[in-house]
Design a protein around this ligand. Structure first.
Ligand code: AMP
Ligand code: GLY
Length: 421
């Protein structure tokens, strides 16, 4: 088969790594890819938001299947566009992608189908929020409705900061805004739960926990994710059942009631309190860096799982997992998530090689004349699997130290809640 993967992050390199090892692939493209995918696939320098060009590329190269990594093209309707052209594509369509594309869309589903989530209210202007913000319990959470690259969420300790957040959103910080969402602040511990769905059935695709704050001890600014581990220490049979029955099943029911079906990965962002799950958010794709930590545990051919979804035959597809613990730590450019230098060389990268237990997935990197340059804030993902999370963390740190990149930094405490308690 000829496959094209859309995206250029660590998630897409991890997916490409799995697909390149599949027994049923003979040509792999990454659009646009990064320095890591360049070693296992053909990188194609094309804008994935330019659907016309993308469609022509897929047709001209007779590509059998397109796998979509990030949320933006999904929310923009890339699946609908390619499907109309008769191209096979893995990912949810435009309406189903509203589960991530509009937080208010998801909240309305939660209301209608009794899905446990934070109490919320929707407002159409800053003025309307005034009285509510004065009276409501703090902290509270103010959210922009649409995609905001992980930045449209404000945890507010007092009325004034909540007012500022509301104003920023209506002033267009995250694009044109007609509405704002205000939520109750949920206490508990966060967990990411993944499923894969073919529109008829769905199967669990493991769990993970990530660390979004830049500093050790989960302090400082929010980032795209500084590291993750899998499986989550919170998961147990009872919780698993509650997540499926109370949250995932009614959500897919809601999508069906809209006359749609959900095909692709679904990332269920949860808050767990007293072994009860509350939905925080949906993402219509794998997580990043959760994907990088989950995929090395997968025993089944990923392409076969994806194909079974495209053929609506997931029910008969077994998904096998190694009974091991995986950890991913992200090496970032100094200064991230604020300003950082771009196009900085990462020397000696060839000293770090993947084996059966350690993996390196590129994110913001580019290869020029056989040299690797950092081009983004999150640069490299180091992953290790073993029978013990602490051991996995030690070997990840060992690999990062071997590289000894003076322009980067990382968190040494990923997984501290479960390892160091
Ligand atoms: P979201 O983009 O909705 O996932 O929000 C980003 C992050 O903000 C989440 O991963 C949580 O850490 C936090 N968050 C969002 N909503 C809430 C809430 N209602 N209560 C507590 N934390 C929240
Ligand atoms: N790790 C969070 C995300 O992928 O949205």
């Amino acid at each position: 088969m000829k496959i094209a993967i859309l995206g250029n992050g660590g998630r897409e390199h991890a997916i490409a790594d799995q697909i390149s090892k599949s027994s049923i692939v003979n040509k792999l493209y990454c659009v646009p890819g990064n320095a890591g995918t360049k070693l296992i696939a053909e990188n194609v320098n094309l804008n994935i938001h330019d659907f016309d060009k993308l469609g022509k590329f897929v047709e001209n190269n007779k590509i059998d299947l397109v796998i979509v990594g990030p949320e933006k093209p999904l929310v923009e309707g890339v699946v609908d566009f390619l499907t109309k052209k008769g191209i096979k594509v893995f990912g949810p369509n435009k309406i189903s992608s509203q589960l991530e594309g509009s937080k208010i869309f998801t909240k309305k589903i939660c209301n209608k189908y009794n899905i446990p989530t934070a109490q919320f209210a929707v407002f159409n202007s800053p003025k309307e929020t005034q009285e509510y913000l004065e009276e409501a319990n703090k902290p509270l959470v103010v959210k922009a409705d649409g995609l905001a690259a992980g930045k449209g969420v404000y945890i507010c300790e007092d009325t004034q900061s909540a007012k500022n957040a509301v104003n920023e959103i209506f002033n267009g910080k995250f694009g044109l805004a007609n509405q704002v969402l205000i939520e109750e602040f949920l206490q508990g511990e966060e967990m990411s739960y993944f499923v894969v769905s073919d529109g008829k059935t769905f199967k669990k695709f493991n769990t993970a926990q990530d660390h979004k704050r830049v500093g050790e001890g989960d302090k400082g600014k929010n980032t795209g994710g500084m590291g993750a581990y899998s499986p989550s220490g919170l998961i147990n049979e009872d919780l698993d059942k509650k997540i499926i029955e109370r949250i995932i099943k009614p959500t897919f029911e809601a999508i069906k009631d809209l006359g749609e079906m959900y095909k692709g990965f679904l990332y269920v962002g949860l808050m767990i309190k007293d072994n009860n799950p509350y939905l925080v958010e949906y993402n219509v794709r794998m997580g990043d860096p959760e994907c990088q930590t989950i995929l090395p545990l997968l025993e089944t051919d990923l392409l076969k799982i994806i194909m079974s979804c495209c053929e609506q035959n997931l029910e008969n597809q077994i998904i096998g997992w190694k009974d091991q613990k995986s950890m991913c730590i992200v090496l970032c450019s100094n200064g991230y998530p604020d300003t950082y230098k771009k196009n900085v060389e990462i020397p000696y990268l060839e000293k770090i090689t993947s084996n059966n237990n350690t993996f390196i997935y590129h994110a913001g990197t580019e290869m020029i004349d056989n040299k690797v340059y950092a081009t983004g804030g999150r640069v490299l993902n180091f992953v290790s699997i073993s029978d013990d999370l602490k051991k996995s963390r030690e070997s990840v740190i060992h690999e990062i130290e071997k590289l000894n990149w003076e322009d980067g930094f990382y968190r040494r405490d990923i997984g501290f809640r479960i390892i160091d308690k």
